[in-house]
Design a protein around this ligand. Structure first.
Ligand SMILES: NC(=O)C1=CN([C@@H]2O[C@H](COP(=O)(O)OP(=O)(O)OC[C@H]3O[C@@H](n4cnc5c(N)ncnc54)[C@H](OP(=O)(O)O)[C@@H]3O)[C@@H](O)[C@H]2O)C=CC1
Ligand SMILES: O=C(O)[C@@H]1CCC=N1
Length: 258
């Protein structure tokens, strides 16, 4: 299983590059079993990792092919991947469209997020076609090299989770900006507002790595003071519905196809 060659089309991009680096660092893939392709010919990988200009050559030399290009770039991609396991990271491109365009009978759709950079992505994935147990385990282990991963029960979960977890740092970044901007509007100096908001998002996020969010909220609400007033205001304005609509808006784009 470890001797299979993995080819990453778009392996010098944001996701592809971080995943490739993690696979090499963890020893999951040896440099001579990793192939990368892009259009520009620019790569900063160690010399053992082959950079190819020809996507079909990458496919022919690979057992497993990862598509880590943007959906609009996929429309121009011409490859025949019949007989290969194709793993797509693309948002909003259905497995059926990938099969039709590449000839691959077995397609895995996976949805990591930008936290692959720090090996803390959550990656849901779903296989279409006859994905054998060995490949299933391989895919799971591959994405565990960049964080945690789960096989999900159907392809629609991928479209929904593209908006929920594929967006990665986007929601926390939005919260951090809102906290900063509102603090500045309330008269707090900008640098202090920025540090305070970052402390909330980063420090709070790190605590939640090992704590249950409901218990955390209940513990802080028990003071019946500042936190309770702030959170009650959010609940009164139905924060869950706002979050739900935001995720649905993203999921609709993924379902509609890009
Ligand atoms: N970034 C994110 O947070 C997330 C991204 N995704 C999905 O992952 C996919 C990749 O995104 P991301 O890594 O951010 O994108 P990037 O734009 O960073 O990377 C795309 C890569 O593809 C290469 N490329 C483009 N066209 C071709 C081609 N025809 N043949 C070979 N290589 C090509 C580019 O290199 P060059 O220009 O040299 O060709 C580049 O290295 C997208 O489909 C996106 O939907 C999913 C979840 C999160
Ligand atoms: O926004 C996008 O389309 C991609 C997929 C999920 C995160 N980034």
């Amino acid at each position: 299983m470890e001797n299979r060659t993995l080819g990453i089309i778009g392996g010098t991009g944001w996701l592809g590059r971080a995943i490739a680096e993690a696979l090499l660092e963890s020893g999951f893939i040896k440099p001579d079993h990793l192939l990368i392709s892009n259009r520009s010919g620019v790569s900063t990988f160690e010399p053992g990792v082959k950079l190819l200009a020809d996507n079909q050559q990458l496919v022919d030399l690979s057992d497993i092919v990862v598509l880590s290009i943007r959906p609009e770039q996929f429309r121009e991609l011409l490859i025949n991947a019949r007989g290969k396991l194709v793993i797509s990271l693309m948002a909003g491109v259905p497995a059926a469209a990938i099969s039709a365009a590449t000839g691959a009978d077995v397609v895995v759709r996976a949805m990591p997020n930008a936290a692959v950079e720090i090996r803390q992505s959550f990656t849901p994935w779903y296989g279409v076609g006859n994905l054998v147990e060995l490949d299933r385990q391989w895919v799971q282990r591959l994405f565990e090299c960049v964080g945690s991963a789960d096989e999900v029960p159907d392809e629609d979960c991928i479209d929904y989770l593209s908006a929920l977890s594929g967006t990665g740092p986007a929601f926390p970044a939005m919260l951090q900006m809102a906290l900063t901007n509102q603090a500045v509007a309330a008269g707090i100096p900008l640098a202090i507002a920025q540090r305070a908001a970052q402390g909330v998002v980063v420090g709070g996020g790190q605590m939640l790595a090992s704590r249950d969010p409901r218990q955390m909220i209940e513990s802080l609400m028990a003071y019946r003071g500042v936190t309770a007033a702030a959170l009650r205001s959010m609940a009164d304005q139905n924060i869950e519905a706002i979050v739900g609509r935001a995720v649905q808006a993203g999921a609709e784009i993924a379902r509609k196809g890009m």
